[in-house]
Design a protein around this ligand. Structure first.
Ligand code: ZN
Length: 344
């Protein structure tokens, strides 16, 4: 059995429509009353949006129900699905902890509550019957003030048991207004020994070469091979990996045709830049990781051999994996004992 590593999945977008609908049926008649039936809800929840902004707006629907009380409910179902249907051995889950704290509190009270959220997510992720190695990536957010984003880095640095990295999310065209701040924040994270990724070069508005040197991995980054291939040798030299999430670009209107990703994979393979294939928002898309793999093969975007290279890359670039290789290579010695060795 092949086991997979998932490096880019948002907690908010990880709830599959049926689980969210069932939650509303149990806890929110008001939400249920907005839709005729389940298919109408699923259609609303998973339909493509015109822009990244519209798409991100949908996250707020899930964020509003993911509180300190309900997070264990959603995380249990997330890991159960990931283990049973996706063969995940390793999962990095990302979210902005500040956005899971009660809105009526003051900024400093909300900052103080973030550590509790990290603990709740961390403890809820350890489920003996669904043993997946999990870790958290804490997302800074393009709409949050500097103090909150800095506190997110501090929390990542103090919570290494549960947190493996920081990220920036919330729409890549908003970074430009405060670029100096983002550079300062990333420098600060690296000075504390915190791993870094960031949503960059996702859309044509997200090109910030100034930020690239601070990242160990790049969230999406597809516009680099598509529009700025001259940057690829630098990425290869720094050993940076792209976290490519194929279905996202169709849901956000970033690409018109998934086959445009062939250029992304071809150029990265040519330049020696690793790619990890990820889901981004498996629930919101209703597309699980093995289907992302299969889609890329179906559309002749990559070969089986390239798929396996990407699956290897996911383990290699995993921030919290103790092995950095696929579990298959650890298991092969057990399945195929050395020739000449007599089995008892
Ligand atoms: Zn993302």
């Amino acid at each position: 059995m092949a086991l997979y590593a998932e490096l880019h999945r948002h907690l908010g977008g990880s709830v599959v429509p049926r689980v969210l609908w069932r939650y509303f049926q149990r806890h929110s008649e008001e939400m249920v009353s907005r839709f005729d039936d389940y298919p109408a809800f699923e259609e609303f929840y998973t339909k493509p949006r015109n822009t990244l902004d519209e798409y991100l707006e949908l996250h707020t629907l899930v964020e509003s129900v993911q509180t300190v009380e309900t997070l264990p409910y959603f995380i249990y179902r997330l890991l159960r699905g990931a283990y049973i249907f996706e063969n995940l051995a390793y999962l990095e889950l990302r979210y902005t902890p500040y956005l899971r704290t009660p809105e009526h509190l003051s900024q400093s009270e909300r900052i103080d509550k973030m550590a509790e959220i990290v603990d709740v997510v961390g403890n809820a992720s350890q489920i003996p019957e669904y043993p997946i190695v999990t870790s958290q990536i804490l997302c800074m957010h393009s709409r949050l003030p500097y103090e909150v984003n800095k506190a997110i880095i501090d929390l990542a640095s103090q919570s290494k048991k549960f947190v493996c990295a920081i990220d920036v999310a919330g729409g890549d065209r908003y970074y430009a207004e405060r670029l100096d701040e983002w550079i300062k924040l990333y420098e600060y994270a690296l000075s504390l020994g915190v791993n870094t990724t960031g949503h960059l070069y996702e859309t044509t508005d997200g090109s910030y070469p100034e930020l690239l040197p601070f990242l160990k991995r790049i969230g999406h980054g597809i516009q680099i091979p598509l529009r700025h291939p001259q940057l690829l040798p630098d990425l290869a030299r720094r050993g940076q990996c792209l976290e490519v999430c194929p279905t996202t670009y169709m849901k956000t209107g970033t690409l018109d045709d998934i086959r445009q990703l062939k250029i992304v994979f071809d150029k990265c393979f040519e330049a020696g830049v690793d790619i990890a294939i990820c889901t981004d928002n498996a629930g919101l898309h209703n597309v699980r990781l093995p289907f992302e793999y299969e889609n890329l093969l179906t559309y002749d975007i990559i070969s089986f051999q390239q798929l396996q290279a990407c699956q290897d890359a996911a383990f290699k670039h995993a921030f919290a994996s103790p092995y950095h290789q696929r579990p298959a290579s650890l298991l092969s010695g057990i399945i195929n004992p050395q020739p000449g060795k007599v089995m008892a």
